[in-house]
Design a protein around this ligand. Structure first.
Ligand code: ANZ
Ligand code: ZN
Length: 769
């Protein structure tokens, strides 16, 4: 068989589509398996090599599960709202909807050419009003339960993207999209009370089958710390300052108190602070700094004393000074700390710089407990902040709220959902703190659903991460107009058994989705407390130079280009062979070429298949061992070693004169998840009418796995006297024991004293008498 990728790919892709091979089977007799990869954001660049790696792996795994008789749900869709789509549209001067349609079509074409076996009848798109109706519906349910609320706190504002952002959208104090330094800006915003779920998000992590690093990433983001709140009275005043500390045992060493510049106390005691103008200037300057500037290690700490007021340390009853310093953050703990220079590095630096007193004290767990009992409340704090959920941008789900002067914020009634995103003339953002939707008065001005009076629609939109927080539920029941998901189907399919995605989502998407899911559980929409049972994260594909693939470096290799040159199966094989799935790997075109030669070789092997031959015992044993190895490897995401096992097997088959049909059928089945076109072609040539993907994964027989036998030569005083057979990995002890108990060896020793025994495992035993 001459291997010609173009013809066989076209042929089998058509066959699979016509025979609906990729459609989901209902879990009746079969056990369900929900195998999901993180859906793509359809960018203008098209599918890149990183996508090819993760989606191939996910496809190989899903095909493997199908061949193992599971009813597999393996869907995909598009995460298409949000800043990147909007920015692409603005740059290319097209409507984001058109851009999304265009990019989606291209992605889909590429995915089909890579033979990803998605059930396309379940395709979803977060920008489809039929989809986002349910995003809006959930928002309203959260609003009704007080979990979605309006706030006016200062939030992160990106001056370039001109929108508020959530904490999760920052990277080292910069906007994750554009790299601008974010500002703190007080503005009206919608917030989701994700912190209500902080404890559940933390404790429910434990039983999940996730990589420890992913769990750890979540734990750190949630950032639980157990400590205490302690009150410090103010001298000659009824006011007090409450500090949060994890080290209540150091109370007696607290020699001053530090407030964050944002602390309300500064305004309250304005009259008493003698140097108030100096303090105010400091507070203003701090407001312009980023959090990173304020807290970075090694940054010189600054501060100003509040002159004229003193706090009282409740442990020692001593009067201690109060400072304002920007190394204390306004939005963590109580925004105030008791400073213990003898036990805290930051406090030490600060005390040295400003010549503040330092006091040695005894500390211990029991002192801590005692102090917490005596002076304050035990208190648990989380680093996780509530989710700032409104964006002042066009391309997002409209927040389904109507503002009425009389009734306040009123949710859009369920029968009026979805609130469809209207057309606008310009979707460019502006600095006003309002989205472009605010300019469309016909859309904005509506009746209040409650009193019929004048109402105005909310013009903020949801963040990019809204739709992806629950999309996996919609695949189960993509066309349901009456419910987010049918409860019977939900029970049938959830949880997602295997979730495959990128590391970058550990603290954003996966936190949001787990939160959203827990909320849906609380209102009875889903039956499980966690969405994703098992999580696998993929390593990056780097360019051949070891750098990130990027237009900037001119080192991007396009999957299409590789498919055209070497064929889909060759690219898929290489993507799996490139290295351990979770680790970064550099892409080398040679590797794809080598995968193509491997396929050529398989084509040649196919010519040796004979109808009525029996395989040698070696080949029979090898194929059974390969079945076990490939199966175990695919099951455990060791795709690279699965490919090498197939290569070893193919090498042995190449050396044969004739190959039995039975052996080669098995080989084709093992190859099928990774190189589906080639395997289907071989299967067909072997005379099978049905698709290889309707066949059942071959079984191995235990007896062929028994270790091969080796012959051990027995020497007595250096002369060969005997031989025997034993398992090749038999231990030295077993070899000695076996040899010394064989009559044919014993007679050479003849009761003499044994001085020494030397064993060369697998080969020789030399007995010195
Ligand atoms: C006294 C003390 C003594 C502290 C000591 C630490 C060590 P984690 O574990 O991260 O929760 N802290 C409290 N609120 C703060 C804020 N808004 N900005 C900056 N620092 C703040 O850290 C809790 C500790 O960080 C608290 O315990 C407090 O300092 C400080 F030897 O109190 B500690
Ligand atoms: Zn930005």
């Amino acid at each position: 068989m001459k291997y010609n990728p173009k013809t066989i790919e076209e042929k089998w892709q058509k066959f699979w589509q016509e025979n609906k091979i990729d459609l989901t089977q209902e879990p009746g007799e079969k056990i369900k398996y929900y195998s999901l990869d993180m859906f793509s954001y359809p960018s203008g660049e098209g599918l890149h090599m990183g996508h090819a790696r993760i989606y191939t792996a996910s496809d190989v795994f899903a095909r493997y599960k199908k061949m193992n008789n599971f009813a597999v749900l393996h869907p995909t869709g598009w995460d298409a709202f949000g800043l990147p789509a909007e920015q692409y549209a603005i740059k290319n001067k097209i409507h984001p909807r058109i851009a999304v349609e265009k990019n989606t079509a291209r992605f889909k074409e590429q995915m089909k050419s890579l033979a990803f076996s998605y059930d396309w009848e379940r395709e979803i798109n977060t920008t489809d009003p039929k989809f986002y109706k349910w995003t809006q519906w959930t928002f309203i349910k959260m609003f009704e339960r007080g979990l979605a609320f309006e706030s006016n706190e200062p939030i992160n504002w990106c001056p370039t993207c001109k929108t508020g952002l959530a904490n999760e959208d920052l990277e080292n104090g910069r906007c994750e999209r554009c790299g601008s330094i974010v500002e703190k800006r007080p503005m009206r915003q919608w917030v989701l009370r994700i912190t209500d779920y902080a404890e559940a998000l933390l404790s429910d992590l434990e039983p999940l089958h996730w990589a420890e690093s992913a769990k750890e990433g979540q734990r750190n983001w949630i950032g639980k710390s157990e400590g205490a709140e302690i009150n410090f009275a103010i001298k000659d005043s009824t006011e007090k300052i409450t500090v949060f500390t994890t080290r209540a045992d150091t109370l007696f060493g607290a020699t001053y108190v530090v407030l964050a510049p944002e602390h309300e106390f500064i305004h309250k005691l304005e009259d008493k602070i003698q140097n108030i103008s100096e303090v105010k200037a400091y507070v203003e300057a701090a407001a312009k700094k980023t959090e990173i500037d304020r807290t970075a290690e090694g940054k010189e700490k600054t501060g100003v004393e509040l002159k004229g007021i003193m706090a009282i340390n409740p442990g020692t009853n001593e009067e201690i000074p109060i400072w304002v310093a920007d190394y204390v953050l306004g939005d963590y703990g109580t925004g105030a700390v008791m400073a213990v220079p003898t036990h805290d590095e930051r406090d030490f630096e600060f005390a040295e710089k400003y010549h503040l007193p330092q006091k040695d004290v005894e500390v211990s767990e029991s002192i801590k407990e005692e102090n917490i009992k005596k002076f304050g409340q035990p208190k648990t704090r989380y680093k996780l902040r509530d989710w700032v959920f409104s964006r002042q941008r066009y391309w997002g789900e409209p927040i389904p709220i109507i503002h009425c002067e009389k009734c306040g914020s009123v949710p859009v009634p369920e029968k009026d959902l979805p609130v469809v995103l209207p057309e606008v003339e310009s979707y460019e953002p502006n600095d006003s703190g309002e989205s472009p939707l605010a300019n469309i008065s016909e859309w904005v001005n509506v009746e209040c659903p409650k009193c019929g009076g004048k109402g105005k629609r909310e013009t903020n939109t949801m963040p990019q991460w809204a739709g992806s927080s629950w999309y996996y539920l919609r695949y189960i029941d993509p066309n349901n107009g009456q419910a987010l998901v049918d409860p019977v189907k939900e029970k049938q399919w959830m949880n997602v058994d295997m979730y495959i995605g990128g590391n970058e989502h550990i603290t954003r998407h996966l936190i949001y989705a787990r939160f959203w899911h827990k909320f849906l559980y609380d209102i009875g929409v889903v039956s499980t407390i966690e969405p994703f049972k098992e999580l696998k994260t993929v390593g990056l594909i780097l360019a051949s130079d070891g750098k990130k693939m990027s237009k900037r470096w001119g080192n991007v290799v396009n999957p299409d280009e590789m498919v055209n040159k070497y064929g889909t199966d060759a690219l898929r094989i290489y993507m799996m062979f490139i290295g351990p799935f979770a680790q970064p790997a550099a892409f080398l075109e040679n590797g794809v070429a080598a995968a193509k030669s491997f396929l050529n070789r398989i084509g040649l092997i196919a010519e040796k298949v004979q109808e009525n031959v029996k395989s040698s015992p070696e080949i029979t044993a090898l194929i059974h061992q390969t079945i076990k190895k490939v199966g175990d490897d695919l099951h455990n995401f060791r795709f690279n070693t699965a490919v090498s096992a197939l290569m070893i097997c193919a090498n042995a088959l190449s050396d044969e004169e004739e190959i039995s049909k039975e052996v080669f059928e098995k080989f084709a089945q093992l190859l099928a998840p990774i190189a589906p076109h080639m395997a289907e072609e071989l299967w067909n040539e072997l005379g099978n009418k049905d698709s290889i993907f309707s066949s059942t994964w071959p079984r191995y027989e235990e007896k062929y796995l028994i270790n091969q036998v080796v012959t051990i030569a027995v020497q007595v005083n250096g002369r060969m006297r005997d031989t025997f057979e034993i398992a090749h990995d038999a231990s030295e002890e077993i070899i000695k024991h076996t040899a010394l108990n064989r009559p044919s060896t014993k007679k050479w020793i003849d009761g003499q004293e044994i001085k020494k025994i030397i064993v060369v495992k697998g080969k020789i035993i030399n007995i010195v008498i």
